[in-house]
Design a protein around this ligand. Structure first.
Ligand SMILES: Cc1cc2nc3c(=O)[nH]c(=O)nc-3n(C[C@H](O)[C@H](O)[C@H](O)COP(=O)(O)OP(=O)(O)OC[C@H]3O[C@@H](n4cnc5c(N)ncnc54)[C@H](O)[C@@H]3O)c2cc1C
Length: 410
């Protein structure tokens, strides 16, 4: 393998963006990717339903600041502006009353005010939540379903630093396909996991089973979980604050369980948002019939999503089908077609959905934005400022790290 200016590790949105920025500046780059495809958590496939389905990211969040939106528009892709409000709210099998739905809408504002005025030492989101259904339901939507963590595992400081992600768009062709299109012109060495990075040499020596690449700098875009599991060894070990930061940014979980429903729309409209509140955060959210496809896309988040991963795909599909039958009647079973369940926890090179700081540890993100010895930079969704956890944010983080490298290597 050749010596280059910069080695980029990981060909997700952050790594592709970093490599493109470096190449545009005339730098030589090697981009190493462990998987046999590019995109990382951005992955569209038609394999399950015969139409593009996003196994990972799907919403183009913060579309007014998201460079992927303009690219989708330029490519003439089918876009839908999705107003993310709960259209149908259930408590178990019971439809919420109009008063309960109105209370939940008010609770969104209440939660925002509580977050704004919070100044106690308790950094857990759960400490903010008043008793009662309404605020709890508002927090389901923003907590486990969005942040991928239960309220007691979410840092208020971290949560508060994340931007409101409106406006949100969907693309029928798939967000993963959009990222693949973005990265199509970048040379990538696939199926090549990086095992270690030596930085006691001039620059860095990045070791893989297929050889070693020497470079002046490395940009590492693997998730903090991959780094906490020491899939990539640093030699010598990193200063302790970096290692701590990997552990202080554990991965949350979001699991999608899309189920084909044929021959009926269950009285729902395309893109309706349906939330079923259950006990102990075993809640489930449905995106109904996106683009008028025969799909009800179930989402579970936080600890429940990890539990569901362990129970397995068949259990997940049964769970979703049973919940739909509980609300719309047993006839739903006759309309169920193909189904699947995502399993990002089992993806060795990701190990979860996206990172969320432990309560009291929101500073971990800032630690990782500092380069190690002007040689090793980190980038990815976990370092995307107010756009943490998003694919657009990951891309911007990769671009920012690349600009920093360019400025340092001059
Ligand atoms: C179920 C789910 C739903 C989501 N929904 C949305 C959404 O609707 N909208 C949104 O904006 N975001 C969403 N996200 C988040 C979004 O997908 C991520 O924030 C974004 O794709 C992360 O990009 P990244 O480049 O930081 O990391 P990744 O995409 O994980 O890229 C890192 C790459 O590094 C590679 N890698 C890891 N270790 C090594 C190694 N040792 N050697 C070489 N390569 C390595 C990995 O294989 C991977 O390809 C979702 C994520 C999930 C899981």
């Amino acid at each position: 393998m050749n010596d280059v200016d910069v080695v980029v590790i990981g060909a997700g949105a952050a790594g592709l963006a970093a490599a493109k920025t470096l190449r545009a500046d005339g730098r030589s780059v090697v981009l190493l990717e462990a998987m046999d495809r590019i995109g990382g958590r951005a992955w569209t496939t038609s394999e399950h339903f015969g139409v593009p389905f996003d196994i990972g990211c799907a919403w183009l969040h913060a579309a007014d600041r998201n460079p992927f939106l303009t690219e989708a528009q330029a490519a003439n892709w089918t876009l839908y502006h999705h107003d993310m409000n709960v259209d149908h709210l259930y408590y178990g099998r019971r439809k919420a009353t109009e008063e309960e739905e109105a209370a939940m809408k008010r609770a969104d504002g209440e939660l925002a005010r509580l977050l704004e005025s919070h100044d106690s030492a308790d950094d857990r989101l759960s400490s903010l939540l008043a008793k009662g259904h309404a605020v709890r339901a508002a927090a389901t939507f923003s907590g486990p379903m969005d942040f991928g963590k239960d309220d007691d595992e979410i840092s208020i400081a971290d949560f508060r630093a994340a931007a409101d992600l409106d406006p949100n768009y969907f693309t029928k062709e798939g967000f993963g396909a959009l990222v693949a299109r973005f990265g199509a012109d970048v040379p990538v060495t696939l199926s090549t996991p990086v095992r270690s990075i030596r930085w006691d040499v001039p620059g860095v020596a990045v070791e893989t089973e297929r050889g070693t690449v020497r470079a002046r700098a490395a940009i590492v875009t693997a998730s903090p979980a991959v780094l906490a599991y020491e899939e990539i060894r640093f030699d010598p070990v990193l200063p302790p604050e970096y290692e701590e930061a990997f552990f202080d940014l554990p991965m949350g979980m979001l699991t999608k369980i899309p189920v084909e429903i044929r021959g009926t729309r269950l009285g729902l409209s395309p893109f309706d948002d349906l939330l079923i509140e259950r006990h102990a955060r075993h809640d489930i959210f449905f995106l109904c019939f996106p683009f008028d496809l025969d799909l009800m896309v179930g989402f579970v988040g936080g600890d429940f999503a990890w539990e569901m991963s362990v129970a397995g795909e068949a259990a997940g599909i049964d769970f979703v089908t049973d919940r739909l039958c509980g609300i719309f009647g047993n006839d739903v079973r006759n309309h169920v077609g193909r189904a699947m369940m995502t399993n990002w926890g089992a993806e060795r090179w990701v190990r979860g959905a996206y990172a969320a700081a432990r309560p009291g540890k929101a500073r971990a993100r800032e630690v990782l934005t500092r380069a190690v010895a002007d040689r090793i930079w980190f980038a990815g969704e976990h370092l995307a400022g107010s756009l943490i956890q998003t694919c657009g944010g990951a891309r911007l983080s990769g671009e920012a790290a690349a600009r920093d490298v360019i400025a340092t290597l001059r």
